[in-house]
Design a binder for this molecule. Structure first.
Ligand code: FAD
Length: 298
């Protein structure tokens, strides 16, 4: 049997592959116990040499202080570049710019620039603050006026739930990149075909910037399925079937989760993907295993 391109690539020695870049997304912890897990996971993932470790910004800026505290401390103490997520929903330009200057003062020069969702949730129409940024593209332009940031923006392989059609979706992504973003990071997806179709649409529209797949390891199928439905990501039947009946069997659940994520990342790797963003949910073990499969060692 003739090996396909993926099989040929996967047989190459790791040194022959282009270098991989990974980034890890965390959320700001709410309690002391969660904070201990945050630092423990960071300590275990830092030796993998991520491009950055990012910290999310709670809906409508609700975690503003905690996000700033975590990225400041990562920058000051870990030696890992930190990226701060930032949303512009419900805030004036001046308020957003003040937060940005706070990040810059803390030495954080990498930002994941987002519109965010209204407090009622992603299904509700977005109305910009009367003196606010109109959306993520406008926010990126504002960031470029403030400083020389490394900027990532969001992309949606299955289309943002509020997009009227694919043309609007791709046009919006192009406006964010044309405004000065360095790369896009995708929403979680579980069918790699959705990522490839999206990439093709973007390239056809003249988008050349990296579109980094956002990988969501399934620590808890129930939790991830609920996240996915809130953000418009499809959970395919075959995936739900694999986890069916495992709610009370954490060991098998963990093994299936590792197998599913391994299948997804190795397929992307073998098809030429060289950058990965992992949604860690502040946990390290599955991500450590996946990094190892990608050939990334401390
Ligand atoms: P935008 O790109 O401004 O717009 C979103 C969609 O609206 C577009 O895809 C497009 O379909 C539509 N749209 C915008 N402008 C127009 C127009 N002129 N005409 C027609 N349609 C238009 N949320 C948080 O609260 N905190 C976080 O830390 C956070 N981190 C995230 C990280 C990643 C990698 C991703 C993928 C998402 C993240 N989100 C976060 C969620 C994000 O805030 C929501 O998905 C939000 O609904 C859209 O934000 P955006 O930056 O993509 O918005």
């Amino acid at each position: 049997m003739t090996p396909n391109a993926g099989e040929r690539l996967s047989r190459q020695p790791e040194t022959a592959r282009p270098p991989l870049a990974v980034s890890f997304e965390f959320f700001p912890p709410k309690t002391d116990a969660m904070e201990a897990r945050f630092w423990d996971s960071l300590e275990r993932l830092a030796p993998l040499g991520p491009r950055f470790v990012s910290v999310t910004y709670g809906a409508g800026g609700t975690t503003r202080e905690r996000t700033l505290r975590m990225v400041s401390r990562i920058t000051a103490e870990s030696g890992v570049p930190a990226a701060a997520h930032l949303t512009c929903v419900g805030a004036s330009r001046e308020q957003v710019d003040t937060v940005v200057r706070g990040f810059a003062q803390a030495g954080v020069n990498s930002i994941v620039a987002l519109r965010g969702d209204p407090p009622e949730g992603v299904g509700q129409p977005f109305t910009p603050h009367p003196e606010g940024y109109a959306g993520a593209a406008d926010l990126v332009a504002g960031l470029r006026r403030i400083g020389d940031f490394d900027i990532s923006v969001a992309a949606y392989p299955e289309k943002h739930p509020q997009s009227p059609d694919w043309d609007a979706e791709i046009d919006n992504l192009k406006r964010k990149l044309d405004a000065g973003a360095n790369r896009a990071i995708t929403q979680m997806f579980f069918e790699n075909a959705d990522y490839w179709r999206f990439l093709e649409r973007a390239r056809k529209a003249g988008i050349t910037a990296p579109i980094v797949p956002g990988i969501q390891p399934i620590h808890s199928f129930r939790q991830i399925a609920s996240f996915a439905s809130k953000c418009g990501a499809n959970v395919p039947h075959w995936l739900a079937d694999r986890f069916d009946g495992l709610d009370d069997d954490p060991e098998t659940h963990a093994l299936v989760a590792a197998a599913v994520a391994a299948e997804q990342v190795t397929e992307l790797l073998d098809s030429g993907v060289t950058e990965f963003h992992f949604y860690t949910l502040n946990r390290s073990s599955l991500v450590l295993a996946l990094a190892r499969l990608l050939g990334i060692r401390p």
